[in-house]
Design a protein around this ligand. Structure first.
Ligand SMILES: [Zn+2]
Length: 452
């Protein structure tokens, strides 16, 4: 007896499906059925065609499907610095004369956030952790473009003007204002869009937050739940400032204050000695590895050592680029240089950019692989792209050959948010024009004459 087909919202076909599940299942001529925002079935296209009557269909010919990418650390308003900060050698907050942070208005942050989210989404990232000043503008942008996002404020009490000249002076008023901003974000946006927008706490770094402020954040984050996002051992100046203030290294300070644990997602983790690495490993924290930004600063993070010590590794672009595939490639190359050996492989770093990221932010039951019961966060690449041939094991060519530009369609929560490389929920050209105009005005204030 043949069973009657069931209705579903969307049936997505693909010549090849990289499910990125625990056993690495790959399907040829497959399909994914989506109902009520979730994946309800995945398997051979012919079988799914018999089992489901979809309201709409995406044909599989010329497409490769994979799970949406998870970018665990980003600050979209810092798009303002792209193309300018990379040749200066420091992080934006520590660099004088760069229009960022207190230079930006909330509408500037919103326009730049839309630009950054447009870029990551078009390159196949379906979940992003994004934190900065004016976090409600970031949440608004993510909500409008249709991404899944974890948003936080940028909490600190170091005075930004002094920081840009290499000094650390702490202001209670600045700390309270940034705490308030993060608290108001959580109140307004946490759980928004049927849970697609989540909010967390994000102390900027152990040197830009005083001990008192870090203690306060721990209390608030414990009451709230979720992750704590930060930068850790990013720059020699950070390590020196923390040592001078406390006598401890940044990881030792975070540990002493109860912040170094499995809930912490810390970007960079570069300037660490073996005892720091061991401490971070024991804590089971997640390293948000930003290979592109690290390399542009001339630095390599000891992520293999951190992983061997027990830390978890996930991937991020940290603003400089929105392309997680590019970040995977850099991660492999840099560790091979660092270890002077053939470490890592395509499948491992693809796992960092999907499952490991989902696990780090507590969404492993929802995203990170294509499996029934998970949210329908699906990326379709154009299999006719010259960068995706030949396709032998599926992983190698994707990581070593492809780029975000090969992404054709992006589905988040069962909704098509990028089709044919273009946003469906907003006008991409208008986003670029608006961000460019606002960035130009800010750079003019910084004494630079934009050429475009
Ligand atoms: Zn960062």
């Amino acid at each position: 007896m043949t069973q009657e087909p069931s209705p579903c919202d969307l049936l997505v076909g693909a010549d090849l499906i990289l499910t990125l599940d625990a056993s690495g299942t790959i399907l040829h001529d497959g399909a994914i059925a989506v109902r009520d925002r979730a994946i309800v079935d995945i398997g051979p296209a012919a079988e799914l065609a018999r089992r489901w009557t979809p309201a709409s269909t995406i044909a599989g010919k010329g497409r490769i499907a994979m799970a949406g990418l998870v970018n665990v650390h980003n600050h979209t308003p810092l798009m303002i610095t792209r193309g300018m900060i990379e040749d200066l050698g420091l992080a934006p907050m520590y660099t004088p004369g760069v229009p960022q942070g207190h230079w930006l208005s909330e509408e500037d942050a919103y326009a730049l956030s839309r630009l950054g989210l447009y870029e990551v989404l078009r390159a196949g990232c379906t979940t992003v952790v994004d934190f900065y000043r004016y976090p409600q503008a970031l949440a608004r942008a993510a909500s409008e473009l249709g991404l899944r996002a974890v948003i936080a404020g940028r909490v600190h009490d170091a005075e930004p003007g002094a920081l840009a000249t290499g000094k650390h002076s702490y202001s209670r008023a600045i700390g309270e204002a940034s705490l308030r901003e993060n608290a108001e974000l959580i109140e307004t946006w946490n759980g928004h869009d049927d849970g697609r927008i989540r909010c967390d706490w994000a102390p900027h770094a152990p040197d830009t937050c005083s001990d008192d402020l870090l203690r306060e954040i721990k209390k608030l984050a414990d009451a709230h739940g979720g992750n704590i996002h930060t930068h850790l051992s990013q720059l020699p100046a950070e390590v020196a400032a923390v040592k001078e203030r406390t006598g401890l290294t940044p990881p030792q300070l975070m540990d002493k204050l109860g912040l170094l644990n499995e809930r912490l997602i810390a970007a960079h983790c570069i300037h660490m000695d073996p005892s720091d690495i061991a401490l971070c490993g024991r804590s089971k924290m997640t390293v948000a590895h930003a290979p592109i930004g690290n390399a542009k600063g001339g630095r390599i993070a000891p992520i293999m050592e951190l992983q061997e010590a027990g830390a978890r590794i996930a991937l991020c672009t940290d603003t400089f680029s929105g392309d997680m595939i590019e970040a995977m490639r850099w991660a492999i190359s840099m560790q091979r240089i660092h270890r002077q050996g053939h470490v890592l492989d395509a499948r491992t770093v693809l796992g960092w950019g999907t499952r490991a990221g989902a696990e780090a932010i507590g969404l492993a039951d929802k995203v990170g692989s294509l499996e029934p019961g998970k949210r329908a966060d699906i990326v379709l690449l154009d299999s006719r792209s010259p960068t995706l041939a030949p396709m032998i094991d599926g992983y190698g060519v994707l990581v070593h050959g492809a780029s975000g530009h090969d992404v054709d369609t992006v589905i988040v929560d069962g909704r098509i948010v990028v089709a044919g490389g273009r946003l469906t929920q907003a006008d991409g050209d208008a986003i670029v024009a608006e961000a460019r105009a606002r960035a130009n005005a800010l750079w003019r204030r910084a004494g630079r004459q934009p050429v475009g």
